[in-house]
Design a protein. Sequence first.
Length: 442
Amino acid sequence: MLKTFPKGGIHPHENKITAQKEIKRMAVPKVVYVPVAQHIGIPAEITVERKEKVKIGQVIAKSGGYVSSNIHSPVAGTVTKLDKIIDSSGYKKMCIVIRTDIKDASNYEEKEYPLKTKIELQPKEILAQITNCGIVGLGGATFPTHIKLNVNEDKKIDCLIINGVECEPYLTADHRLMLEKAEEIIIGIKILMFALHVNKAVIGIENNKKNAISNFKLLTKQDNTIQVASLEVKYPQGSEKQLIKSILKREVPKNGLPLDVGVIVHNVGTIFAIYEAIQYNKPLIERVVTVTGKKLENPSNFWVKIGTPIKDLIEEVGGIPKGTRKIVNGGPMMGKAIKNIELPITKGTSGILVISEEESSRGKSENCIRCGECIYVCPMGLEPHLLMNLCEMALYERAYSEDVMTCIECGSCSYVCPSHRPLLDYIRFGKNIVKKLEINKN
């Protein structure tokens, strides 16, 4: 029996057209644009100056506070600019621009690290190394990993969940990573189990990735501390709260965290980054990105240096096809359309989706017919139609009392609405206003 969460959820078309494409390495870009805010929390503080020469892996912006993360140079080169650029959020953010030194051989070394199984660091040293290497959640949220792992003594953790679900349509970066780096991911899991003093871990994978499931089951056959959970293909199965409910049947309280039910959840990409940080002292300077779309000439998965312009990746897959309507940073459900393909790949970029005119056209918004479909599919048990109306009418205090902040922004409500109402657009906007109002109150 496949495991899943009981409340809500949808089944959008999977469109995993790059699932069989092995991860290729992108060419080193001539220029990288490295934002200092690639994580939830306070932006990192720049530690380099214009015209300064930097090495690969050098800290170029240091953690700006408790909830913050170090930023490292993905290339060897020269800092040419410290300037603000408009990122995928649509706001101007500070960025470090580095011109790659084409004569520096270190830029073109393709290191294939041998598997290293022995864990030599102690738990406190592991946490310090993860902090130093700027590891953040690579599933999209980009929460600084060292904060998740810094557990107060009053919290008892008994299970580590590894998120290999990748329920967003089109994206296959995690799937390919699980196929090509499974042994490293297992060592990464053991590193975290040791650091957290936990003796149980569960790898959750949707059943449309049978080869990844069988791969991990084979590798963990002799290890009773690591289990593999086959999950029903249902969106948003990869959301933390839904994943915990699916695997452990534990309910994370409203406004609570997985820690409240004795769990820590990490994405498989984050686990691999932790493995490289601990075993090889490698900071987070690259990640796997899926570049996909039905009309693309050669959709693929790539190892990409952080700061690489999105246009470089699109050129690599054959350029923008005729009739393209949108380019999305992320997947079709939770990603955001971007206006400028000069924007850089960041730690949180899991995919670039190129969508055609016919795919992206949204029906004309009509009046709500009170069908209740949005309520039925909401995995958080909310009333999206009500929340949209309250946000549209600027009734933010009422929206807050109706739990608008509990929305995980999965987009299931907008997906099923027969009246094509922009439910998530208004709810997301309302959440931002409520957040500001709460900050000002406090």
